[in-house]
Design a protein around this ligand. Structure first.
Ligand SMILES: [Zn+2]
Ligand SMILES: [Zn+2]
Length: 387
């Protein structure tokens, strides 16, 4: 429900037909309740008194009141019809509140704590290998000092004269029901808020919870920790903590079955001359030795350094069974090599002669042999020319 900021007449608890004397008397009576000096400097009282004083300043001035009435007649014509109940609005000030309307009813009377859902980002390694994460369970719980009421002294909070204790007002042409903006829907004005929760009726609660992450946890997995959710306010069981995971991608490694794979780009010099290159593993970067003459597509297999085998049950004292880490070589061919470099490469290739690139030479010959009209060496041998 929307909150409605009351008009001047409602603030002063008088009818729209009230005379100057009546308005003055109402203001006096309200001042005795809301003047900050009478409420030990309460912040809320200061604010209420300011609103009431402003309303009085305008309604006690004939010209200002006439202008205000015209504006209100345009905005809410029904409001300018006399309401006989308004004349008795201030009677509620003499009532004493014994039980305050609770500020946070949704937190109270819980026989069972609610589940608490927390989203958590997992890095690739943790999600794949499993482990433990620390998750903060944070939620609001009813303030124990005031039992969620927002005040420890209900009798110090006057019944709201604007809504006459209902907490709601009917406004506008359609008589729409709205929350009273003067008492925030409580029916009484919170002049003496609870010190512990500042009148909120609830206090934040935080707890660090250790959550076990099983190996091969995927994106969107729900990890449930029984009893680590919200506590029940009536002493029943606590709810569960549900951690919904998001798994970050690894920049280089991919999961294929139980194996991890990685593509390793080598330069021409590294592939032909051999090199020592750093490669990623689950345990951090490691050095891989590349032998001279390593072709594109060659796969290096590092046994037992892949993902934990799917469905394998961990046995105490034994290392987890894991797939392999497969590193596949590719060639990093520069898209725009300087002409001088290309020229130098061609020169060196030519120097190596046809045996230098045996595969390329053989391929080119085989292609030539498929050209139509090329003498078939088999037939040439098999059918001797007649003499
Ligand atoms: Zn409290
Ligand atoms: Zn009210």
């Amino acid at each position: 429900m929307q909150a409605y900021l009351p008009d001047h007449y409602r603030l002063l608890g008088v009818s729209v037909r009230a005379g100057a004397d009546e308005i003055k008397a109402s203001y006096r009576k309200l001042s005795r309740v809301f003047h900050p000096d009478r409420q030990q400097g309460s912040e809320r009282a200061t604010d209420c008194f300011k609103q009431i004083s402003q309303a009085y300043a305008e309604l006690s001035d004939e010209q200002k009141r006439a202008r205000y009435d015209r504006a209100m007649l345009l905005k809410d014509p029904l409001r300018m019809v006399d309401d006989p109940r308004a004349a008795r609005a201030l009677d509620v000030l003499d009532l004493v509140v014994t039980r305050f309307r609770r500020k946070s009813p949704e937190l109270l009377g819980l026989e069972q704590g609610r589940d608490l859902r927390v989203q958590h980002d997992l890095d690739f390694t943790r999600a794949l290998m499993g482990g433990e994460i620390r998750v903060e369970a944070a939620y609001d719980t009813a303030c124990s000092a005031c039992a969620g009421e927002g005040t420890c002294e209900p009798e110090r909070n006057p019944v709201c004269h604007v809504c006459q204790g209902l907490g709601r007002l009917r406004v506008g042409l359609r008589r729409q029901e709205m929350t009273c903006g003067f008492c925030q829907g409580r029916g009484a004005v919170l002049l003496a808020p609870c010190q512990s929760c500042r009148g909120e009726g609830k206090v934040p609660y935080r707890q660090q919870v250790l959550v076990a992450v099983p190996p091969r946890t995927r994106d969107g997995t729900h990890l449930r920790v029984r009893g680590a959710g919200e506590r029940a306010t009536l002493g029943g069981p606590a709810g569960d903590l549900v951690v919904v995971t998001t798994v970050r991608r690894h920049p280089l490694l991919r999961l294929e079955g139980d194996d991890l794979t990685c593509t390793l780009p080598l330069t021409f010099a590294q592939a032909t001359g051999g090199a020592r290159v750093a490669v990623p593993t689950m345990e951090g970067p490691e050095t891989l030795r590349i032998l001279p003459g390593t072709p594109v597509g060659r796969e290096f297999r590092i046994a037992g350094r892949g993902a934990p085998v799917a469905g394998a049950r961990p046995e105490p004292g034994k290392p987890v069974r894991r797939g392999d880490l497969r590193i596949r070589v590719t060639l990093d061919v520069p898209e725009h090599a300087p002409a001088a470099v290309v020229e130098a490469l061609r020169e060196q290739e030519a120097r190596m002669g046809p045996t230098g690139f045996a595969q390329a030479t053989a391929f080119a010959r085989a292609v030539e042999a498929t050209r139509p009209g090329t003498p078939d060496p088999d037939r040439a041998q098999g059918s001797p020319t007649p003499s």
